[in-house]
Design a protein around this ligand. Structure first.
Ligand code: PA5
Length: 354
């Protein structure tokens, strides 16, 4: 594995400076808050009974983040829709966020068109593309975010506007303090976990090193950590270019936990488990983790827990997400792989368009 403290080598393997995007996540959140705060026309909140976020991959996960923050406490039904079909409950009392970094993703364009046809109230977040053109044509609110990033490196630009718009529409309490805390915590993480923090003091470089040559499995407790675990899985796929999977407590106690038995020789050699936790998780899930890990860890190469910090839900969620973003990026760089490259995603899109 490449030496993660060799900064010249790290830079050589990272031509688009993906690591720099992770290190500046705090600034991105602040900029996203400004952009969404500057929208002058918002849909009416009257009668809104459901919120749906339309989007795929690096754009769609913004809906999972927003649902983890807003969906729990709110009486309004909240769902992320990742696909071509729009469920029957979407209608004129739905608030829709159409999220596409490029603005050209076919599944998102399809559900956007159908949501418009049903008279839903739509807000767009994008860098441009077809969806922005349509948004301008129909006079819809569009939060324009900077181009030139990988969609997955724009999670702050994609998720924070959903929070700000919901809060400005009065559908959720003000989230300004949570956003402020999250950005400050991520600034601090840039010095603790960024490239300048040497391996012996940097837990994200250490975990990337332990995962070198292994398949990562990420478990999270229901809610915030479950979303973070899914983000880790996707980052291991897209950034590190390795297979990975995620699951969550309590559900995994009812199925996946049984599966750590019959191929133990293989799993013991090749699979590393990370369990994402935080102080606010359900106390029964804490007991479930305590009962599960001793039962399965003998059949894994290693199992370890990562705890998110922060006093607010958003800061805790972004803290867990950010830890994983650093680990996946260091794993890519340790392998000598460009964290930004996702050629196969574009190739399949082109094939389908042709
Ligand atoms: O990371 C990626 O490039 C993908 O997951 C994209 O986000 C996904 O294909 C959707 O594209 P877009 O974000 O442009 O709508």
């Amino acid at each position: 594995m490449n030496d993660l403290d060799d900064l010249a080598l790290v830079e050589r393997n990272d031509p688009e400076d993906y690591l720099g995007r992770v290190e500046s996540f705090g600034d991105q959140i602040r900029d996203a808050r400004e952009r969404a705060g500057a929208l002058d026309e918002l849909p009416s909140a009257e009668g809104v009974n459901s919120i749906a976020v339309l989007g795929m991959g690096g754009s769609g996960i913004s809906g999972d983040v927003a649902r983890a923050i807003l969906g729990g406490p709110s009486p309004i039904f909240f769902q992320t829709l990742k696909g071509y079909d729009l469920p029957g409950w979407v209608g004129e009392n739905s608030l829709i966020f159409a999220m596409s970094y490029s603005g050209n993703t076919e599944e998102t364009l399809a559900t956007f068109e159908e949501a418009r046809r049903r008279g839903a109230r739509v807000v767009i977040v994008s860098t441009g593309g077809q969806i922005t053109e349509w948004g301008r044509e129909f006079g819809l609110p569009v939060v324009e975010i900077p181009s030139g990033l990988q969609p997955r490196a724009a999670l702050g630009y994609l998720s924070v506007p959903i929070l700000i718009v919901c809060s400005r529409m009065g559908l959720t309490p003000d989230l300004g303090q949570q956003i402020h805390e999250a950005a400050a915590l991520l600034d601090q993480r840039a010095s603790e976990w960024g490239r300048g923090a040497p391996s012996e003091k940097n837990p994200t470089k250490q975990l990337a090193t332990r995962l070198f040559g292994k398949l990562p499995i990420v478990y999270g407790t229901e809610g915030l950590a479950e979303v973070a675990a899914y983000r880790w899985k996707c980052q291991f796929n897209e950034v590190s270019k390795v297979p990975a999977w995620s699951n969550s407590f309590p559900e995994l106690n009812h199925n996946e936990v049984v599966g750590w038995k019959e191929v133990a020789a293989l799993t013991r050699e090749h699979l590393g488990l990370v369990v994402l936790r935080h102080a606010g998780e359900h106390r029964r899930n804490a007991k479930r983790v305590a009962a599960t890990l001793p039962a399965i860890q003998g059949n894994l190469a290693f199992a370890e827990e990562i705890w998110g910090e922060g006093t607010s839900a958003l800061a805790t969620l972004f803290d867990l997400v950010c830890f994983g973003d650093y680990v996946a990026t260091y794993l890519a760089l340790g392998q000598g792989v460009d964290p930004s490259e996702v050629e196969i995603i574009g190739r399949i899109k082109k094939q389908l368009a042709g």
